[in-house]
Design a protein around this ligand. Structure first.
Ligand code: ZN
Length: 210
């Protein structure tokens, strides 16, 4: 059988789908992923060259977005953000985008990733205040200092995970920071909690094509 090598991704043990992940090396920070088709869990690293085309085959495990990992928002954050955004809009200061943007308020959790989509932190809660087909403006109470982010947004009962590049970050005022994010890809569908596949740590580490 032809061995495509480790840069071509690992095969899911549950459904044999090739996933845009590789096993983590000693210097890497592993992330816990799940196969979007069957829910099998992998500790590994996203392959940057395959992230755009194959991101829909995987999703980040929910533990990365848990309260234990994410910095909570101050109580007054939402009110502060809306106040700052109103001021910014008055000054027509908010970034122009390639496509029409919609003003919204969506709870989100963002995980800091480096330029190669490796986990570097921090993980923080935030509020998405506008959204277009190409990107979003995410507000947080700490600055997002990384090159890229993975963002999980809550829209109604559905959770959506997106991968994006940070285009700009700036202080908006009063403990509010704004981050302009261009979308790179959307990750696979996140199941509702009742349909959540069991996390199988045993599946990690045995599916490399190496
Ligand atoms: Zn699978």
């Amino acid at each position: 059988m032809f061995d495509p090598g480790p840069t071509h991704g690992i095969h899911c043990q549950g459904c044999d789908q090739r996933l845009p992940l590789r096993m983590s090396g000693p210097a890497d920070v592993a992330t816990l992923w799940e196969c979007a088709a069957c829910g099998t869990a992998f500790a590994g690293v996203l392959l940057p060259e395959q992230a755009t085309s194959l991101a829909k085959l995987v999703r980040l495990a929910q533990l990365h977005f848990d309260a234990e990992h994410a910095l909570p928002l101050p109580n007054a954050f939402r009110a502060d953000v809306l106040e700052q955004i109103a001021k910014q809009n008055d000054r027509d200061f908010v970034e122009r985008r390639r496509s029409p943007r919609e003003d919204i308020q969506l709870d989100a959790v963002a995980i800091g990733l480096d330029a190669n989509f490796m986990l570097v932190g921090p993980t923080c809660h935030g509020l998405v205040v506008n959204l277009s087909s190409h990107g979003m403006l995410l507000t947080t109470h700490v600055i997002l200092p990384t090159a890229s982010v993975a963002v999980q947004m809550q829209t109604g009962s559905e959770k959506i995970q997106l991968l994006g590049k940070i285009v700009w970050s700036r202080h908006l005022g009063k403990n509010c920071y704004g981050t302009g994010i261009d979308f790179v890809a959307r990750f696979g569908k996140v199941p509702a909690p009742s349909a959540k596949a069991p996390l199988s740590a045993a599946a990690a580490g045995h599916s490399s094509d190496k």
